[in-house]
Design a protein around this ligand. Structure first.
Ligand SMILES: Cc1cc2nc3c(=O)[nH]c(=O)nc-3n(C[C@H](O)[C@H](O)[C@H](O)COP(=O)(O)OP(=O)(O)OC[C@H]3O[C@@H](n4cnc5c(N)ncnc54)[C@H](O)[C@@H]3O)c2cc1C
Length: 521
């Protein structure tokens, strides 16, 4: 079994993991960054469109905007840290070091935009591909071997489980030690070998869980691997019922990942019609298409069920053709590539799972309850978003806590010890060939169950039904998992069912609709 040893292992290669790496790499530490993707750019960070907040520490309204968006459930201490520290961190990491190129005016001054529920223009952007700009610039910065010879990026490596000597030690005596995370087992997808990675500190930066849903805007890798690994190791998770949905994403049957159709299309007069051509928003809210996000999402979901059609339609074709092409160039192009001309045809749309507000519980330094384990970015929950997220806060959250966790690790690294790899069991996997058809079908069952029963509208009965479905899936997959040869899709499936349970159980424990969580009595 191959063994790697790092000072710090970072699982995840989006904005949060890369920021931790960028900060730690300055001191010459040996750092391993893991991603299950072949192309390390692929992440939710890469797909982010709108922008990232860049504001002064005197921007008190940022804290109140975050709290208002969260229905007054945010952790204000986290919001204040974001306000106080994020501006300097963004300048150091993105502007000075990674040289991310944000939109500027003709004099080279940064341009700012505003999004829903922000009281100021405080968002930096680059076209409608801000995430791609951040991801590629950070990655290029870290890939510079002359500058950072000790940074190693392992692509096509899927983390399977965190290594905790109390569970994975070779001797019974190790069970009496404090619970400590000392690295992770990972599957090398190319060689099919499971490798043992030992580290003084481990940082989870694996992103959200949108990929568990039938319709989602995330990368397919956003399937809750980090949440499930953390839970199995003994970490606490919180706020898992708060999954934010985006009301309008482009529907096509070729995949589950959906392209965002910006709310601006409705803002500019786009009308929602069902498959019978009937405009329906008036039935649901006096503000019709401009009603709050969650109301629009649920209205669309209801119409889809009532009309027994896969989607509804967003019609903006009454606007001037040339104006539409200039106002929404990316949407125009995306739809055109999918054979929909928005200047003439209504756009097929569905709501989609978009952002995970809850996650692995951390304190304000990014520390989890397990020694040696940090969590940053979308996988983590400092409580910043409470029950709902303010637009464009999440890239900044990943950047800020990626940095803060690195600062904390840097303070402790000199006193940290490396665990002896020989004292950790080698991974044992089965040798039955995993049946792709079975894995694909179980994934579909899971995605449908999440969408229909643990989705936009939940109720006691729907959750009970989901429980029965998950219980069957869980037993089958656990049995299968123990005996099968490992592959990435199977690892993800096992995690996804465990995370589905987390969302289900958190939903059951919460008797009250709040933020993006809606419980029908
Ligand atoms: C379409 C879209 C638009 C968005 N627009 C905005 C916006 O305008 N502004 C904003 O602030 N936010 C936006 N967001 C949200 C934001 O992009 C994410 O919250 C943020 O990028 C999360 O960063 P992260 O580093 O935590 O995770 P990610 O960027 O998702 O990275 C996760 C990493 O973990 C890796 N990984 C996962 N599991 C494993 C495993 N088992 N083994 C190894 N590696 C693993 C993945 O390969 C990936 O490298 C948007 C999101 C989407 C989907």
């Amino acid at each position: 079994m191959s063994v790697y040893q790092f000072d710090v292992l970072i699982i995840g290669c989006g904005i949060s993991g890369l920021t931790t790496a960028a900060k730690l790499a300055e001191s010459g530490m040996k750092i391993g960054i893991l991603t299950r993707e072949e192309d390390p750019n692929i992440s939710n960070t890469y797909f982010a469109q709108g922008g990232i907040i860049y504001s002064e520490s005197s921007d008190d309204e940022l804290v109140s905007d975050i709290n208002k968006a969260s229905a007054n459930t945010a952790n204000l201490q986290a919001a204040e840290i974001l306000r106080d520290r994020s501006g300097n961190i963004l300048e150091e990491i993105l502007i000075k070091n990674a040289k991310s190129n944000f939109a500027k005016d003709e004099n080279g001054k940064l341009l700012f935009t505003r999004e829903a529920a922000h009281s100021l223009d405080r968002i930096l952007y680059q076209g409608d591909y801000t995430g791609k700009e951040i991801q590629t610039s950070l990655l290029n910065y870290l890939k510079d071997k002359n500058r950072f010879p000790n940074v190693q990026i392992l692509t096509k490596h899927t983390a399977i489980d965190l290594i905790t000597p109390i569970h994975h030690g070779i001797k019974i005596q190790q069970r009496y030690e404090d619970n400590l995370v000392v690295g992770a087992y990972a599957l090398n997808q190319e060689t099919k070998e499971v490798v043992k990675i030992l580290s003084k500190f481990t940082v989870l930066a694996t992103g959200g869980i949108g990929g568990l849903y039938l319709h989602h805007s995330n990368s397919e890798g956003a399937r809750g691997d980090g949440h499930a690994m953390a839970k199995r190791a003994g970490a606490n998770l919180t706020n898992m019922e708060f999954v934010q949905f985006h009301p309008t994403t482009f529907f096509d049957s070729s995949s589950h990942r959906r392209f965002l159709i910006s709310e601006a299309v409705r803002g500019e007069g786009g009308r929602l019609i069902n498959s019978n051509g009937v405009a329906f928003m008036e039935k649901y809210h006096p503000d019709k298409e401009l009603a709050p996000r969650d109301i629009v999402s649920r209205a669309i979901a209801d119409e889809i069920i009532e009309t027994r059609h896969d989607c509804v339609y967003l019609d903006i074709s009454h606007k001037d053709c040339e104006w539409l092409k200039t106002r929404f160039p990316t949407i125009y192009q995306h739809c055109k590539d999918k054979h929909v001309d928005i200047t003439a045809d209504p756009i097929p749309v569905v709501p989609a799972a978009h952002y995970t507000c809850g996650g692995v519980k951390t304190n304000i330094k990014g520390q989890t309850n397990l020694k040696g384990l940090y969590a940053v970015g979308e996988v983590a929950c400092t409580g910043l978003h409470g029950a709902n997220r303010l637009a464009s806060t999440s890239l900044l959250e990943g950047l800020t806590w990626g940095y803060i966790a690195a600062e904390d690790i840097a303070k402790k690294i000199d006193h940290a010890i490396s665990y002896d790899p020989l004292k950790i069991q080698n991974w044992k996997s089965g040798n039955l060939e995993a049946d792709n058809a079975l894995i694909a079908q179980d994934w579909l069952t899971l995605k449908h169950t999440m969408w229909n029963y643990v989705g936009l509208t939940r109720s006691y009965h729907l959750l009970k039904r989901a429980d029965a479905m998950f219980s069957e899936l869980y037993n089958e997959i656990q049995h299968f998992y123990r005996n099968a040869e490992l592959k990435d899709s199977l690892i993800g499936l096992r995690n996804a069912v465990e995370v589905g349970y987390m969302v289900l159980n958190s939903s059951r424990r919460n008797p009250e609709s709040v933020g993006c969580f809606y419980l029908k009595s």
